[in-house]
Design a protein around this ligand. Structure first.
Ligand SMILES: [Zn+2]
Length: 87
């Protein structure tokens, strides 16, 4: 018997359903992309998308969740990617 339930969530960029522990939960707040703070609306990106997808594609997916214009979102994605992969 398997008792442990692993929740699957959808990556908003590639739309794949993935185990929650392989996703990164984020939200938009104060004009920034931040890790989920346990309140407000959140969304998931898979690690693969965050690392490899074009930032334009990530920004497009984000448009639904963050009410920002696309160029701003691209900048936000850039900043965030730098933060998690180079720092
Ligand atoms: Zn993905």
């Amino acid at each position: 018997m398997i008792n442990k339930h692993i929740p699957f969530r959808m990556c908003i960029s590639c739309k794949a359903r993935i185990e929650q522990n392989n996703l990164i939960r984020l939200q938009c707040r104060d004009r920034k992309i931040i890790p989920y703070s346990h309140e407000g609306r959140s969304f998931y990106f898979c690690k693969d998308c965050l690392k490899n997808a074009k930032k334009e594609k990530l920004a497009k997916a984000l448009q639904r969740y963050c009410k920002k214009d696309k160029n701003n979102l691209i900048k936000m994605v850039e900043t965030y990617k730098e933060k998690i992969f180079n720092g």
